[in-house]
Design a protein around this ligand. Structure first.
Ligand SMILES: [Zn+2]
Length: 275
């Protein structure tokens, strides 16, 4: 029960809706994987052993205890072979496509004008209303660097560092820089990953600020079974990717994570490389 009810504890995950239309279109094998993965009832070596089907509960790659969690996110051999990196990059691609589209959208739309408020003499100026258009709408010269095909190099005119966040988004004109760092963890560890990545880039963010830039670090997590953390939704909102565009972006991202994990599951005992 503890194992199968674990999903109830995913407090940081965004509720995931699968519509009837999607259910209708989805391949039965895909749905079966999603449901069995969420309830942790896939025939992993560890479950097969518990069910009395096999003697050994070893992971086919490293011979440690082969739970689903181990296979999808904790196996050091799988990590070393680049299996998790491959999944991470698939998910990163989906996220950056949404951000790139957001940048283009912001460039083509009219810049957000700050409303001018008049105050009577002696009256306290009211704080400016928060613009809901998001960061992307505040500049038109955003440059997007992604650690995918080419190794990302942090723009050294901002700060010199060897750290490589997954995404750097910056605007010279407005002196703003946003770092995004993606983790694709087991769903029970969404929050832990967020805190870890926030701490990792804390120093870099404050150096950027000292250099006169407005800087943000946005750790984002997408659980390996396709459940996005709220941090992803918040990051899109901060950038100004909202409403239907945000929903679509999250949907694409979570689907990519789930499909990539299913592939890792199917290939769990096979040689890696033949993708
Ligand atoms: Zn292993």
């Amino acid at each position: 029960m503890r194992q199968q009810g674990a999903w109830i504890r995913w407090e940081k995950a965004v509720e995931r809706k699968v519509t009837w239309a999607e259910l209708w279109k989805a391949e039965p094998q895909r749905l079966k994987f999603l449901i069995q993965a969420v309830y942790d009832v896939l025939p992993s070596p560890s479950n097969l052993h518990i069910w009395g089907k096999v003697e050994s509960l070893a992971c086919p790659l490293c011979f440690k205890r082969g739970t689903l969690e181990h296979i999808l996110s904790c196996c050091s051999k799988a990590l070393g072979e680049g299996r998790y990196r491959w999944r991470h990059d698939q998910v990163l691609k989906a996220i950056t496509e949404a951000i790139a589209a957001g940048v283009e959208w912001a460039k083509s739309s009219r810049p957000s004008k700050q409303a001018i408020t008049f105050n009577r003499a002696g009256e306290q100026p009211r704080p400016a209303a928060k613009t809901s258009a998001g960061l992307l709408a505040t500049a038109r010269d955003w440059q997007l660097l992604v650690d995918l095909e080419q190794q990302l190099k942090f723009p050294n005119h901002i700060v010199t560092t060897t750290l490589r966040p997954d995404v750097v988004l910056f605007s010279e004109a407005s002196r703003q820089v946003v770092l995004l760092e993606l983790t694709v963890p087991w769903e029970d560890r969404l929050e832990e990953a967020f805190e870890r990545k926030l701490a990792k880039y804390e120093g870099l963010v404050s150096e950027c600020r000292q250099a006169g830039w407005r800087a943000w670090c946005l750790p984002i997590e997408v659980g390996c079974r396709g459940f996005a953390a709220r941090s992803l939704s918040r990051a899109f909102s901060l950038l100004g990717i909202d409403g239907v565009r945000r929903r679509r972006a999250i949907h694409n991202t979570t689907e990519v994570a789930e499909k990539a994990s299913r592939w890792l599951w199917l290939k769990r005992g096979d040689r890696w490389g033949a993708k």
